[in-house]
Design a protein around this ligand. Structure first.
Ligand SMILES: [Zn+2]
Ligand SMILES: [Zn+2]
Length: 131
């Protein structure tokens, strides 16, 4: 009645389940444990699995902060035609929306992007920060 890869230590004789198994996590690789239920000794092996996850943080959160390295800005024109189509597709769309141009740029080093709304045909509004 051996038990393998259980979340809690289980006695192989009586199936008693320990509720504080973590207390054994830094015991030697293989140790002998007394079952508090049936009193028998059994061999315990602790299998510890470690995972790592990473994700980018904003350049501004680096120590010290570094300037974003912006990609070439791109824009989308939200002209009258697009607004008319939105109004047709979504009955609850805001019908008095003015046409505009949306500029976007993304940082090559982190996942931050910037959006700025200007009038239709407007120039790129982004100003590069001091390097
Ligand atoms: Zn037991
Ligand atoms: Zn950045």
């Amino acid at each position: 009645m051996a038990h393998e890869y259980t979340n809690e230590i289980k006695c192989p004789y009586c199936d008693y389940e320990f509720s504080d198994s973590w207390e054994f996590n830094d015991s030697d690789e293989c140790s002998e444990v007394d079952c508090p239920e049936c009193g028998k000794e059994f061999a315990l092996t602790v299998n510890i699995k470690i995972d790592y996850s990473t994700e980018k943080i904003s350049c501004k959160d680096q120590t010290p902060p570094i300037p974003h390295e912006w990609d070439e800005p791109t824009f989308h024109d939200i002209d009258q035609e697009v607004i008319d189509r939105w109004n047709k597709e979504h009955w609850n769309a805001i019908s008095d929306r003015e046409p505009y141009r949306m500029w976007t740029r993304e940082c090559k080093n982190c996942d931050v992007s910037e959006f700025k709304r200007v009038e239709l045909g407007g120039d790129c509004p982004f100003i590069d920060e001091e390097k």
